[in-house]
Write a protein that binds this ligand. Structure first.
Ligand code: AMP
Ligand code: MG
Length: 416
């Protein structure tokens, strides 16, 4: 059985990302947060647009104030006032200064700004108490970015900082990748929808909703295909439909070695290539990963285990990285691990990489992990409420003592 890291790397190799020319759409700036750029954005102008003042103070000629000190100030004639947003009207001649405010354009002739705190105004004159060096407190035209240079790259996630940049370069519409369409289906004769009355032996299909929520959280579109019974024909029909309609398919259940586990056989019948059938993780050992051709690109099919916790863990560990790559993001595909100090003893069997769920705490001395109390059985969904991270007990380790550091898979909102 292959390790989780190997499986993740293999899965990422199989993903064909959306196409930046074909799979894109234009959205307005207000609809852009969370989307992924399918174009590079160039700056139409220099940033800053012109030399401007970084301070409230006086624009002066540095030659004039070379000798200025607190004891022997230099006096200059104030010839105009330049508020931000108003172009200067005059050129500074020797012995002259202009009152200037933060962000205002530097007048011609000036080559430095003296901050207000180093001056004293008397009528139309100002005393300068310090010798400023040339270009002090000036934000030079083009010093942040030159016109024509790239300010944002293809594959960047639009967060509030990208929105600020797009607004600054006057892009009110921007090209982004379309949202990936992810088909979701649940398999099992025992499954019923949440609104149905449970009969003896039946189980509510929680996976459909959990996986749809995860897909949505990642900015993709869930295509919920419902419950499919463990009948080869029905399953074949449902899987074919899902493959035709989606960019990726996620089914849960039916991938173990039981008599009613038909998913792998049906994928083979449909001409899919099976790449993985199990991974050395707990929970989540059975995991089918296949590729199959649909009308556009080769599509990735995940047959997730049916146990509710296993399905979630498999999603976080293997599906989420694949979705990040599919979506057009240029980086940060792999599962995000961090290091935390465990507040509890963590126990595992030692045979498979084991994931234990719990919460993360930000403390002044670093991150800490606390284990959810109650059973860590793959069937126990109930104590997963509030899960932020999965602590990893590696293969060959049976106990990590409280106080030790542990790797934790972050499963909260996506890292950008
Ligand atoms: P399977 O992988 O089909 O053998 O299912 C393993 C366990 O997960 C069984 O106890 C199933 O009843 C349960 N299960 C399968 N699918 C779901 C689902 N969609 N929602 C909740 N539990 C499920
Ligand atoms: Mg089943």
């Amino acid at each position: 059985m292959i390790s989780a890291d190997t499986a993740e790397a293999q899965i990422l190799e199989l993903v064909v990302p959306l196409d930046s020319r074909r799979d894109c759409e234009s959205v307005s700036l207000l609809d852009a947060p969370g989307r992924i750029l399918s174009e590079s954005v160039l700056s139409p102008t220099d940033f800053p647009h012109w030399d401007n003042s970084a301070m409230d103070g006086y624009a002066v000629r540095s030659d004039d104030i070379r000798q200025a000190t607190a004891d022997a100030p230099v006096e200059l004639l104030v010839i105009e006032e330049i508020p931000a947003g108003q172009p200067p009207q005059q050129t500074l001649e020797p012995g002259q200064a202009a009152r200037i405010f933060t962000g205002a354009m530097l007048p011609p002739g000036a080559d430095t700004v003296v901050m207000q705190e180093d001056t004293q105004r008397q009528g139309d004159r100002v005393q300068i108490f310090s010798a400023g060096h040339p270009r002090a407190f000036i934000r030079e035209r083009g010093s942040y970015q030159r016109a024509g240079e790239r300010v944002l790259s293809v594959g960047s996630v639009v967060t509030p900082t990208e929105v600020a940049i797009l607004a600054a370069v006057q892009r009110t519409q921007v090209e982004v990748y379309r949202r990936p369409r992810i088909a979701i289906l649940s398999t099992g004769n025992e499954l019923v929808s949440p609104e149905e009355t449970l009969q003896l032996g039946q189980i509510v299909d929680s996976n459909q909703f959990a996986i749809a929520a995860l897909v949505q959280q990642m900015g993709a579109i869930p295509l919920c295909q419902g419950i499919v019974p463990d009948q080869p024909e029905a399953l074949k029909q449902a899987i074919s439909t899902a493959i035709a309609e989606a960019d990726m398919v996620l089914s849960s259940g039916g991938v173990s070695v039981g008599d009613y586990d038909y998913v792998d056989q049906i994928l083979s019948d449909l001409g899919a290539t099976l790449h993985l059938r199990s991974v050395a993780v707990k929970p989540g050992k059975p995991l089918t990963v296949a590729t199959v051709k649909n009308s556009s690109a080769p599509l990735l099919y995940f047959g997730l285990p049916g146990n509710p916790v296993s399905a979630l863990v498999s999603f976080w560990r293997f599906v989420a990285p694949a979705m990040r790559k599919l979506s057009g993001r240029s980086d940060h595909w792999p599962a995000p691990f961090l290091v935390a100090r465990s507040r509890h003893d963590l126990k595992a069997g030692g045979k498979r990489e084991t994931y234990l769920w719990g919460q993360l705490h930000i403390t002044p001395t670093g991150l800490e992990f606390s284990l959810s109390q109650g059973s860590h059985s793959s069937g126990n969904l109930i104590n997963m409420a509030g899960t932020q991270g999965l602590a990893v007990v590696p293969i060959g380790v049976t106990e990590i003592a409280a106080g030790s550091t542990v790797r934790v898979l972050w499963v909260g909102a996506d890292f950008q």
